[in-house]
Write a protein that binds this ligand. Sequence first.
Ligand SMILES: C[S@@+](CC[C@H](N)C(=O)[O-])C[C@H]1O[C@@H](n2cnc3c(N)ncnc32)[C@H](O)[C@@H]1O
Length: 244
Amino acid sequence: MKTDLQLILKPFILFIFLSSLSFIAFLSLQPPHQSPPTTAAPDRLPSDLRIRPGYSSYDAYLQRQLNKTLDPKLRQIWTTRDWDRKVTVFSAFFDNLKTRGLLSNGSRSLCIGARVGQEVAALKRVGVSDSVGIDLVPYPPLVIKGDFHHQPFDDRSFDFEFSNVFDHALYPWKFVGEIERTLRPGGICVLHVLVSKRADKYSANDLYSVKPLEEMFKKSELVELRGIDGFGLDTEVVFRKNKT
Ligand SMILES: C[S@@+](CC[C@H](N)C(=O)[O-])C[C@H]1O[C@@H](n2cnc3c(N)ncnc32)[C@H](O)[C@@H]1O
């Protein structure tokens, strides 16, 4: 014969069990986390970094970038005559990073400002198959549409991020903040930059030393720095995002 206590407890236990199930289901339906993008400008810009004047609005900046990226004749050249030469040079850079233990075939990788995706093709060529690029203009399947000031990815999405377009950032602190947001802890960011000399006419900033990068990568440490010859850029900077 059931006691009074058993009669009361049974529905209570069933209630707790069903509530836990619905809570677990609720948690599993939550979207992956995306922190708000880094929006705040620093109180002062590092002295070795200058933003070029002359952009009356963000739209004016985007339009200037798009003028070149959308040029049909240039796109034809980038995807034909230039293709192999650039993929070969990028492949050598990525092979070198693999040898130095900074990139592996299992690294989920992002190329920022990848235009028609030669660097993405190079990553795939050296065996890093889970690779994608972002640019203002998509070039599927290698490059999807995305603004590097507000990357279209969740926090901690990538093991490795590469970019040779730091000089195109109108808001360099956002460019860096978004890399640190979307890299997983311990992830690697490799930037190819031009130091000291004036970059091209589509650049939005000028960098006179690597110190500003070290200041802006607040959640990472500089792990390697070397001179390179990479399509007019002279310095390779490698940051590792802190584990905590
Ligand atoms: C000098 S090109 C470099 C292209 C490519 N990385 C390469 O080496 O062939 C600069 C690229 O940055 C892209 N870009 C400029 N501003 C951007 C932004 N805010 N977000 C994403 N891409 C941007 C341009 O559309 C252009 O394709």
